[in-house]
Write a protein that binds this ligand. Structure first.
Ligand SMILES: [Zn+2]
Length: 166
């Protein structure tokens, strides 16, 4: 029997670099929250060995644009889930008509103010899952990376981490 020791590092891209402000409401089966906003924080951790060229897990300068693109799409927007069975979304002349079917509750927003996301609800769990999947191509680009972990927080101390592996 052989015991293999793997030297692994955890590179942290802290929350100070990634913040976005957005409005949302969480949907249940019979009710939904009132529209409100958060100043969200996003953290990313990359697990892996040092590469052989630069002795880095990943260059911060290469990681940041991946995350920043995701953040920019959400910043100062109304975030809506495009895959929620209780939400009916129709577009009309540059506006989105949003109907929460169980309560017949209706919103109309300018389309340019809305970011429709391929998720079921606008929870930090879903945001963390979505961003971690967007970072998955890093596994193809960097053979030394073992895992990617994304944290999304409504404020410091209230949020969710999602970790994905190869
Ligand atoms: Zn909220």
């Amino acid at each position: 029997m052989y015991l293999v020791t793997i030297m692994s590092y955890c590179l942290v891209q802290g929350e100070l670099s990634f913040k976005f402000a957005a409005a949302h409401f969480v949907l249940g089966d019979t009710g939904c929250e009132r529209l409100h906003g958060h100043n969200y924080l996003v953290e990313v951790q990359i697990y892996g060995d040092q590469d052989e060229q630069k002795n880095l897990v990943i260059d911060f300068l290469e990681l940041k644009p991946f995350v920043r693109k995701f953040i920019e799409d959400l910043d100062h927007k109304i975030l809506l889930p495009n895959n929620n069975k209780h939400l009916q979304i129709t577009e009309n002349k540059g506006e989105l008509d949003i109907l929460f079917v169980p309560k017949n509750k209706r919103y109309v927003f300018p389309k340019v103010d809305v970011c429709l996301l391929p998720i079921k609800n606008t929870t930090v769990e879903e945001f963390a899952r979505l961003l971690s999947e967007k970072l998955r191509p890093l596994f193809d680009k960097y053979a030394n990376i073992d895992a990617i972990e994304v944290g999304v927080f409504e404020y410091r101390g209230q949020g969710c981490w999602k970790k994905i592996t190869r």
